[in-house]
Design a protein around this ligand. Structure first.
Ligand code: FAD
Ligand code: SIN
Length: 517
């Protein structure tokens, strides 16, 4: 089927929903999402959203904290723009119906690693669920927005589909829309749009252990890469220092940094503090430093996990302030008011992604990107905690402002052909996909994880090449499916992470190699 809209949005997390609400008064909006509408990383966010709301804090302090965490390679203008834009975007979220906890008439503010002040707005320890609820409700009430679930974006449509040769050097690549696998009909539909926004989230599933939901397979990044757009900063894969050590559980359950902000302390297997060996900010050092310290302690002790001791926070504050974590731990027989929490790091966030300018536009015309799939320059080498939800709303706003103007001048490209699946066969061997996905995750976890080396990266690169060839071959003769396309996307993102890691010849932020010491 062919569909025509003014604004096409791929993804229904904080970035996609915020953008849709902003452009909706100016045209017909269609949001496509590959799972249930609420599924995505946004729903799982715990800690909250960083913003300077009162005079006790200042933009300059938040800017400085972001620059320090980013290890000297943030885009300063972007940092200033995002942080000074935060209060306005927070007020909009509240107007859409999102509730943040209050202490009297003021927002109750938490603190997390790398922040010099208490500035994290939150809703208990389930902020993301509340943000997603509020935004989805507003979207569903808007007459100009159509939200379609189980619609899997497969590929961007560009001049390539009109028979023209498109390479990385083609100066004016344009996006005309997206080919989408319809989960109900199993046919590939053609969506044509004046403006397209990718808001497809992260890529945590390239690793074995991740906090990310199963939807985080880097689809947007891989689509732009295939369409010859620019992808940057992929070497900066962020590992969260503290997820609950509960090996069988997928995704890994996060223990928010806000708990360390409230006084919880990292301890080794013997119950001793160890962060004094690594950083004067102790358990509240930026994430890259804490994750590396834990990785080192784990390797030295040959241990599977360390501990987070939250007992000092006090029973009442723990139960009221962190009800989700308290209940989750009780579920596995752990009373965190009396026992230490077993923790380890897990893949959490991709700082890199689709390169965008300050207006959110990618290197491909009329294609915008916002949220975790984009790379704006805000995070530099390492994202500061709770700056991700903030970046998503600021760039959804910037993209929307530009998209509204753009839609006035762009016309729909009607010459685009429909998807051709002639001669394709059904792949009946799921093991070809499931086993390759496991192999890929093992390669990335063992060779391109928290600590890297030249040899590990080269090994990963060689093995990824083989997996890429086998999977591409399978893809080229198979009827398109979500599982196979996701695998293809995971391979493309793994390749980009590894290649960009090999190219960075310095230890910077999240990229750390023993050969660059
Ligand atoms: P998502 O919310 O991940 O949404 C992506 C959407 O795209 C989904 O709807 C998905 O189904 C859809 N999609 C993907 N591919 C396709 C496709 N091919 N076709 C159609 N649809 C597709 N950040 C903070 O700032 N503060 C926090 O406290 C915080 N806590 C976190 C806790 C956890 C456990 C996790 C995992 C992340 C946390 N983060 C936090 C990071 C933050 O939540 C994410 O970066 C942010 O929510 C990403 O929003 P998004 O809109 O870009 O993507
Ligand atoms: C957390 O709550 O620790 C996660 C915050 C983030 O990822 O920004």
């Amino acid at each position: 089927m062919r569909h025509t809209v003014d604004f096409l949005v791929i993804g229904s997390g904080i970035a996609g929903l915020s953008f849709a609400l902003k452009v909706a008064p100016y045209g017909k909006v269609c949001i496509l999402t590959k799972a249930d509408a609420s599924e995505g990383s946004t729903k799982y966010a715990q800690g909250g959203i960083a913003a300077v709301m009162y005079d006790s804090d200042s933009f300059s302090k938040h800017i400085e904290d972001t620059l320090v965490a980013g290890d000297g390679i943030c885009d300063k203008e972007v940092v200033e723009m995002v942080i000074s834009g935060a209060p306005e975007r927070i007020r909009e979220l509240v107007n859409y119906g999102v509730n943040f906890d209050k202490d009297g008439s003021k927002f109750d503010l938490h603190r997390e690693g790398g922040h010099s002040e208490f500035r994290i707005l939150h809703h208990k320890d389930n902020t993301g669920e509340e943000v997603e609820r509020g935004l989805l409700e507003a979207v569903r009430n808007h007459p100009n927005i159509e939200l379609k679930e189980n619609q899997f974006a497969v590929d961007l449509i560009t001049q390539h589909h009109l028979g023209q040769t498109v390479t990385k050097r083609t100066p004016d690549i344009e996006c005309y829309g997206v080919y989408v696998l319809n989960g109900d009909t199993h046919q590939v539909d053609t969506y044509l749009a004046k403006v397209t926004l990718l808001a497809t989230g992260g890529v945590g599933n390239v690793y074995t252990t991740t906090t990310n939901p199963i939807t985080a397979t880097g689809d947007g990044v891989a689509m732009v890469h295939r369409a010859r757009g620019v992808i940057r900063d992929m070497e900066f894969a962020q590992f969260h220092p503290t997820v609950l050590y509960n090996p069988a559980e997928k995704p890994a359950f996060l223990i928010t940094e806000a708990m360390r902000g409230a006084g919880a302390i990292l301890k080794d297997m013997n119950g001793n503090e160890f962060m004094q060996k690594y950083d004067s900010r102790l358990s509240l050092a930026p994430r890259d430093i804490v994750a590396r310290a834990i990785d080192k302690e784990l390797k030295m002790a040959g241990a599977s996990h360390l501990y987070l001791d939250a007992r000092g926070i006090g029973k009442k504050e723990l139960i009221n302030g962190f009800p989700t974590i308290y209940a989750k731990c009780l579920e596995i027989g752990l009373n965190i008011t009396k026992e230490m929490i077993p923790i380890r790091p897990a893949a959490h966030y991709q700082c890199g992604g689709i390169a965008v300018d300050k207006k959110g536009e990618s290197s491909i015309h009329n294609l915008f990107a916002a949220g975790e799939c984009s790379a704006t320059g805000l995070h530099g080498g390492n994202r500061l905690a709770s700056n991700s939800l903030l970046e998503a709303v600021v760039y959804a706003h910037n993209s929307a402002m530009e998209a509204i103007e753009r839609a006035k001048t762009v016309s729909i490209c009607q010459q685009v052909p429909d998807w051709n699946s002639e001669g394709m066969v059904f792949n009946e061997e799921m093991v070809l996909i499931t086993q390759t996905r496991k192999e890929l995750q093992e390669i990335m976890s063992n060779y391109v994880g928290i600590v890297r080396s030249d040899l590990r990266l080269q090994r990963a690169f060689n093995r990824l090449n083989l997996i890429f060839r086998e999977t591409d071959d399978l893809y080229n003769r198979s009827v398109v499916t979500e599982e196979l396309t996701e695998l293809r996307n995971l391979i493309a993102c793994s390749y980009l992470i590894t290649k960009q890691a090999m190219a960075r010849r310095e230890n910077r932020g999240l990229h750390y190699s023993i050969d660059l010491l």
